[in-house]
Write a protein that binds this ligand. Structure first.
Ligand code: AMP
Length: 433
């Protein structure tokens, strides 16, 4: 699915494509049509899912469809409330960025800075106001702000707003708005309190929920191994064997790919099982049991098949192929390292996947560190930002009974392993193509 299929106008599509977004994220896919339809929305989505564009794009479109007459005074038609000033500033940046080809005006107000410049900007007239609740009420108190024409209200990160004690402020603000309006509520969690609030504010809302980004996404140690496509399997066998991994969930993109990889790993002497949509319930149960009780070291799965698994806190997750949707990456790595447990998420990335990696890094707002295993160095570099990724010498430990000119002799952790790694067909050391 593309952004144009969502019914967005040419001006918005242009701004989106300038951001480098190729496809809408799951929350965007679901939220944009609902908002364009004029419906109220209750969305379970947290930062990193692309939620901001999910409400900003359709909001801009709706306002632009019924523009203020030229020369007429602009009044606030869309109000976006956020719990913190950082978020307010960030959301306003998105409003400006996505709306840059539309004749709409916006501003942002929050506490902790002088109020006078904000009053001045409001006096000049804006269509869209991004605000934190406290400062907004201060401005209302000074009679510099009229909220009687608000058509769309967005509560962003509503759960945080409640946690921070803004509930009374939010209620006061809502009392100042016209009854007839469209309401969008975004929250990472759906607590009783949030349910209560949405019951009072939203009218027959459409509910959407994109699977929560796990806190682990921030704490899991993530690494990218740039590697030639045809050497991924050998590298995987090497990593599993060399690290003595006992439980690793490996993600692949297709059922066929899952079957093939499972077979190849078995040939490499690694006990594996495969899970995908075409497997019978019996095969599925057996695979899972084997994996849970330690008989099977590697479970190869597609995204869909892995979704319903009730296993998490895995020590290792490997992306044998990157997912097409960046958010799926976050789901995948959320399987490891929960609640402070040590977890590693490794991605084997070939040159064809550099765009997918770039999209993931944009979503995470950070570059994932690169690592290399000796003998598997590729001829290309993954230029998502930095053309020469650093070699991480502490990773990709030495292969048994082998030394590399770049590295000290074997580390203690990799010495004398008579396990699958040594039996694996690993490709020749230092081979170059
Ligand atoms: P948010 O969850 O709204 O804070 O967005 C998280 C990050 O994802 C931001 O840096 C956005 O620029 C980025 N982003 C939003 N939508 C997309 C998309 N469709 N494709 C790639 N990146 C996106």
């Amino acid at each position: 699915m593309s952004f144009s299929q969502l019914g967005l106008s040419a001006e918005l599509l242009r701004a989106v494509s300038e951001q480098g977004y190729e496809r809408p994220t799951p929350v965007q896919k679901q939220a944009i049509p609902v908002v364009l339809n004029g419906k109220d929305l209750l969305a379970g989505a947290q930062t990193g899912t692309g939620k901001t564009a999910g409400f900003t794009l359709p909001l801009l479109q709706l306002l632009n469809e019924t523009p203020t007459a030229p020369g007429a005074r602009r009044v606030v038609r869309a109000l976006i409330l956020t719990p913190t000033r950082e978020l307010a500033a960030q959301v306003h940046d998105s409003v400006k960025e996505y709306g840059k080809y539309l004749p709409l005006r916006s501003t942002v107000v929050f506490g902790g800075v002088g109020i006078n410049p904000q009053i001045e900007r409001l006096r000049r007239g804006v269509d869209i106001l991004v605000a934190t609740p406290g400062r907004l009420l201060d401005l209302v108190g000074q009679r510099t702000l009229d909220l009687k024409q608000v058509e769309i209200l967005v509560l962003d990160e509503a759960d945080r707003m409640l946690d921070m004690g803004f509930i009374h402020d939010v209620r006061k603000i809502i009392a100042l708005l016209p009854k007839q309006r469209q309401n969008l509520l975004f929250s990472a969690t759906f607590s009783e309190e949030i349910r209560g609030l949405s019951g009072q504010i939203l009218h027959a809302p459409v509910e959407i929920e994109v699977a929560r980004r796990n806190a682990a996404a921030e704490t899991v140690s993530q690494l990218v191994y740039p590697v030639e496509k045809e050497r991924k399997r050998a590298l995987l066998s090497y990593l599993v064997g060399n690290g003595r991994w006992k439980q690793v969930l490996v993600f692949v993109r297709t059922k066929h790919g899952a079957d093939r990889l499972g077979r190849q790993l078995e040939q490499d002497g690694i006990d594996s099982a495969v899970l995908h949509g075409d497997k019978s319930q019996g095969a599925r149960t057996k695979a899972l049991e084997g994996f849970k009780n330690g008989k099977v070291a590697v479970l190869v799965a597609t995204d869909i098949a892995a979704r319903g698994l009730d296993i998490d806190q895995l020590p290792h997750v490997v992306n044998f192929e990157l997912p097409n949707v960046p958010e799926d990456y976050v789901h995948r790595i959320g399987r490891t390292g929960r609640a402070g447990a040590n977890g590693e998420a490794l991605s084997l990335v070939c040159q064809d996947e550099v765009k997918l990696l770039a999209a993931i890094e944009r979503l995470l707002k950070k570059e994932i560190p690169r690592a290399q295993a000796p003998g598997f160095e590729p001829e290309f570099s993954l230029n998502t930002r930095n053309p020469n990724p650093p070699r991480l010498s502490t990773r990709g430990a030495q292969r048994p009974n082998e030394s590399s000119p770049r590295r000290k002799p074997q580390s203690a952790t990799s010495r004398g392993r008579g396990n699958a790694a040594s039996g694996a067909k690993q490709g020749e050391p230092g081979r170059r193509r």
